[in-house]
Write a protein that binds this ligand. Structure first.
Ligand code: GDP
Length: 147
């Protein structure tokens, strides 16, 4: 099924000059980019996005990590994009991430795991609305020039 999903390149991805390499993984796979922007996350956005972890002892670490610099938000539309991208991203803890996945290749540790990807189509819809103005910042286009 065609799905839209959200990816965040976290502040360490931006600061390590990995934006292009990581987006390149998705483009190489053929996935269609329908939205892209750099932004700073404020406390309100972080609390919405990671509120389900607010009672965890590591929550303050998440807040300082995610506010250490800008992130790059990416919207993707493709067949089964949620599961496909979660597979390319790898497990939350880079030690457990499949070899060759983005987190296995680039992430330092679970505190700095480089990338976020929505975990279900329902979450993806909420998250796309959280990070994008979906009526003006997401694009519906056909690849008429691709061949
Ligand atoms: P994800 O969907 O793979 O990103 O994983 P989760 O939804 O479980 O967690 C969200 C984010 O919280 C992760 O990507 C990490 O940045 C952070 N996180 C989760 N578990 C831990 C943990 O045990 N320690 C630390 N420091 N951060 C964690």
């Amino acid at each position: 099924m065609i799905q839209k999903t959200l990816i965040l390149l976290k502040p360490d991805a931006v600061q390590k000059n990995l934006i292009g390499q990581i987006i390149g993984r998705f483009e190489t796979k053929g996935l269609k980019v329908i939205g892209l922007k750099m932004m700073n996350l404020d406390d309100k956005l972080i609390n919405e996005h990671y509120g389900f972890l607010a009672d965890k002892p590591f929550f303050p670490k998440i807040v300082s990590y995610m506010t250490a610099g800008p992130v790059v938000a990416l919207a993707i539309e493709w067949e089964d994009s949620v599961a496909t991208i979660r597979q390319l991203v790898g497990a939350t803890n880079p030690i457990e991430a499949t070899p060759g996945s983005i987190r296995a290749d680039y992430a330092k540790n679970i505190d700095n795991n480089i990338i976020h990807a929505s975990d279900s189509p329902e979450t993806a819809e909420i998250e796309l609305n959280r990070f994008f103005n979906v009526s003006t910042e997401l694009f519906d286009y056909t690849r008429t020039l691709a061949n």
